[in-house]
Design a protein around this ligand. Structure first.
Ligand code: 5GP
Length: 173
């Protein structure tokens, strides 16, 4: 398997998700939260997070597709949310914020639907590659400038189901 090294073990990931879930529960205490996940990468993170949050949560998903080839940020919504988010506290749950272009697009799109509030939670944050500023409210891990897989993140649709986060080297295929 083209795994170069493990960045965060399954135990570290699970422990950190619990810590961040506690932060989120404290911040939104007494309210209901709508978790909005981006298919497919954030599914594993969102479900683990949702289980560890101890306030009432609803979940909904959207999917994006890219139309600019390898140009980052050229995305559109391919599958929209099932329900409106008007007057709801929304937490956009991302697998990774890299250049920030996808997250910014989603933030602007969702903000236009009049939620009561909107915040961002990401499993991984790679600030070193940021092109546009994104207000990340909750994050589990900052990572170096290497391609990673696991915990929902794929390479050619594989490795999403790994419980750990690993740096990948396709040459080791
Ligand atoms: P952006 O550059 O717009 O912040 O991130 C766009 C998308 O690129 C992410 O949601 C994720 O799907 C993908 N991506 C960015 N970095 C990585 C990485 O290291 N590994 C994997 N598997 N996907 C990544």
């Amino acid at each position: 398997m083209p795994i170069e090294r493990i960045l965060f073990t399954e135990e570290q990931v699970n422990a950190r998700i619990k810590e961040v879930a506690a932060e989120i529960s404290a911040k939104f205490q007494g309210r209901e939260l709508k978790l909005v996940g981006v298919l497919k990468g954030s599914v594993f993170f969102l479900t683990a997070l949702a289980r560890a949050i101890d306030i009432p949560v609803k979940i909904d998903f959207l999917a994006i597709s890219s139309f600019g080839g390898d140009t980052p940020g050229m995305v559109r919504i391919a599958k929209d949310l099932d329900d409106p988010i008007q007057d709801e506290d929304v937490l956009l749950v991302e697998d990774i914020v890299d250049t920030g272009l996808t997250t910014r697009y989603l933030l602007q799109t969702l903000a236009g639907r009049s939620p009561r509030s909107i915040a961002i939670c990401t499993l991984l944050d790679r600030t070193v590659r940021r092109i546009v500023p994104v207000p990340v409210d909750f994050r589990c891990f900052e990572i170096p400038d290497r391609f990673v897989v696991g915990c929902g993140l794929d390479y050619k649709q594989l490795y999403r189901n790994l419980g750990y986060i690993a740096v990948m080297n396709p040459d080791r295929g």
